[in-house]
Design a binder for this molecule. Structure first.
Ligand code: NAP
Length: 231
């Protein structure tokens, strides 16, 4: 059997980088994207895994960079395409009415629109029975939102989930698995120091959930334990 391959969009650091390390550990070939020219944790990982990890550049908000990546990946295929990149606004305690227009556009563009642009542009690089995944969040659940807070971030992930539902509806007859992943609240730059989980605890679990989801066509919204998150 040939070595399975994953393309992780937004793998420079944090959860994307930890996912890259875990897929390498499981014997996969990993292509990870970064925005910086050099010096990220993914670059350090690539130096240790020259045969199994290669790095591409992409800012997911940049249509020209996305086109260029698509051309560079010509003739290459992946068993999994996973879009991990995401941001939050500077003050997550702001109510939605307090958020500036500029931050609203930035967070919605990065978290909701750009991941679907990436998927629509790169979907042909995924094998017909492979998987397309996106890092969502439990905060994107409308059902579970009983407390407010992190309102712009929640709205961006709920919009992401809706756009992925539309994509899945358009591809309902296909054989590909599709997944929106809620990784749990994890200590990263985005998650902050108060998060209850470490990357070492949650990333191996979420990778196992992804591997189990492969071969189950259709879209599911799953957490790192493999439980379904209410939409
Ligand atoms: N940590 C949590 O508790 C948690 C919980 C639920 C969901 N998530 C989601 O998990 C994903 C990863 O978060 P994290 O906690 O690992 O955050 P992080 O440590 O801040 O890492 C964010 C990653 O996204 C990349 N990125 C941001 N904007 C980008 C853009 N425009 N183009 C390309 N890459 C971009 C960053 O690249 P640069 O290095 O270039 O900035 C970095 O690799 C996000 O989608 C986040 O919403 C996290």
């Amino acid at each position: 059997m040939s070595q399975p391959r994953i393309l992780i969009i937004g793998a420079s650091r944090g959860l994307g980088h930890a996912m890259a390390a875990q897929f390498l550990h499981k014997g996969w070939h990993v292509t990870g994207t970064v925005r910086a020219d050099a010096g990220t944790p993914l670059h350090a990982l690539a130096a240790q895994h020259t045969d199994a990890l290669d790095i591409e550049q992409l800012d997911i908000r940049d249509a020209a960079q996305l086109q260029a990546l698509k051309q560079r990946l010509d003739h290459r295929h992946f068993d999994i395409l996973f879009v991990n990149a995401g941001i939050t606004n500077r003050d997550p305690n702001q109510t939605i009415g307090e958020v500036s227009t500029e931050e609203f556009i930035e967070v919605m563009l990065t978290n909701a629109l750009s991941p679907l642009r990436v998927i629509e542009q790169l979907q042909d690089k995924v094998t017909s029975d492979g998987m397309i995944g996106i890092m969502s969040s439990g905060q994107g659940s409308i059902t579970d939102n009983t407390r407010g807070q992190r309102e712009l971030y929640r709205g961006s992930k709920a919009a992401l989930n809706m756009f992925m539902r539309s994509y899945a509806a358009r591809h309902a007859s296909g054989q590909r698995a599709m997944v929106l992943m809620a990784p749990g609240w994890v200590r990263t730059e985005l998650g902050g120091a108060d998060a209850p989980y470490s990357m070492d605890e949650n990333v191996p679990k979420l990778v196992n959930v992804l591997l189990e989801k492969m071969g189950r066509p259709g879209l599911e919204y799953l957490d790192f334990r493999g439980d379904t998150v209410p939409w």
